[in-house]
Ligand binder design. Structure first.
Ligand SMILES: Cc1ncc(COP(=O)(O)O)c(C=O)c1O
Length: 392
């Protein structure tokens, strides 16, 4: 368990994570496999510990963005199959194979490089072929091109073609017509491959949004990302279908309090002046922690279960908060008291969605932004189960 000495931390509830995984397992069609997407440091939640919990839960696969993320998990002792959802370069193919990491395959030259891989005592490089059905990002476009690519791939003895997949661009929208179009294109490719006599064990298409709204278009595996972390992919998905619990709470403590006189400037640029005498607290968290400076003038923190505004410009390592919480006149908020910036405190809540709205982005980016220097404290059954602090 890593040590840490700052009051700012991201608490990660492994219990909530498990309940979210269970909710999807229960909701998906019986034979549908489950992949836990732990790319981008598990959407900011900490890749190794989230992968460990997902492994204990029994997910079928883990998803990462690039090979280094997969190798981090292998070094940590994770044994669950790992798919690199993004690009793996030709000179890294043997590293992927030797570490039992599955690659996504969609480029002819990478296929050719795989065919040149030296023998490795019968060990094969596992690959999932990526089809672009309308995301326009990675993948082979068009049924004929896909069928030809798959046929070539099956002829490469160094490869084990284990999967075939696509990715939806608009599954989080209420209007499902584009997702249906993508699903139909994907089905056409699957049918064509099957007619050619190729057997691909894992065919997969769905992200969280499709898992919630259109599980019938998931095919054989759900690639679960944002909703594993307890957040909905958008306000348009049917939240009634699956109940989720946010996994991350971002919290800190007041490290200094002051009674600022009326008209006192607060923080760089004195963008805030106290309207009256005002109790102000300093918090040891700033934009270098992922608490964006663009939240200046917009964000709130929870103090004694009350939503209080952040005052003045958010600095690199610190920011200020209003502390004149109603009803606490006789007992002012003191240094050492907890402040929640994302999550619950008492009956109050600040969601990642709320910060996303304030920033003009999506909840995915809010949790991904929480910087590496913020220690992750993993809570299980009400007790700290692990702490991860790369600075330790
Ligand atoms: C290829 C692929 N599959 C699945 C996911 C998981 O998506 P979500 O977080 O929306 O569930 C992602 C994430 O962006 C992805 O890139």
């Amino acid at each position: 368990m890593d040590s840490f000495y700052r009051p700012t931390r991201a608490e990660i509830s492994l219990d909530a994570l498990r309940r979210n995984l269970q909710a999807f397992r229960g909701a998906m069609p019986g034979r549908c496999r489950l992949m836990a997407s732990v790319k981008a440091n598990a959407y900011g939640h900490g890749a190794v510990e989230v992968a460990r919990e997902a492994e204990r839960f029994g997910v079928d696969y883990l998803g990462v963005a690039f090979l280094d993320e997969a190798l981090q998990l292998r070094r940590a002792g994770i044994r669950t199959p790992i798919l690199v959802l993004g690009f793996v370069a030709a000179d890294a193919l043997s590293v992927a194979r030797d570490n039992d990491v599955t690659i996504s395959l969609f480029r002819d030259d990478i296929l050719a490089a795989a065919a040149r891989l030296p023998e490795a005592s019968g060990r094969k490089l596992k690959a999932h072929i990526k089809i672009d059905t309308g995301m326009g990002r990675l993948g082979v476009i068009g049924t004929d091109a896909a069928a030809a690519f798959i046929e070539k791939a099956f002829r490469v003895p160094q490869l084990e073609i284990e999967g075939l997949f696509t990715h939806y661009a608009r599954a989080d929208e209420a209007d499902k017509s584009y997702t249906k179009l993508q699903y139909d294109r994907f089905r056409e490719t699957i049918d064509c491959v099957e007619r050619q006599g190729f057997k691909v064990p894992i065919v997969h298409a769905a992200n969280s949004a499709a898992g919630i709204d259109t599980p019938e278009w998931a095919e054989g595996m759900l690639r679960l990302g944002i909703s594993m972390y307890g957040l909905y992919p958008s306000a348009e998905v049917n939240a009634q279908r699956i109940e989720l619990e946010p996994v991350m709470t971002l919290k800190t403590e007041v490290v200094m309090t002051k009674r600022a006189p009326k008209g006192w400037g607060i923080s760089y640029g004195t963008r805030y002046f106290t309207a009256d005498e005002e109790r102000i607290g300093t918090l040891p968290i700033g934009y270098a922690d992922g608490y964006s400076r663009m939240l200046t003038g917009k964000a709130y923190g929870l103090v004694r279960g009350v939503k209080m505004p952040i005052r003045g410009t958010i600095c690199m390592d610190q920011c200020m908060i209003a502390l004149d919480v109603d009803g606490t006149e006789g007992k002012p908020v003191e240094a050492g008291e907890e402040v929640v910036l994302i999550g619950r405190q008492g009956g109050a809540v600040i969601t990642a969605d709320e910060l996303a709205d304030q920033l003009g982005t999506i909840n995915y980016e809010v949790t991904c932004m929480v910087a590496a220097r913020v220690p992750r404290v993993y809570v299980k059954d009400g007790a700290i189960a692990a702490v991860s602090n790369p600075l330790a």
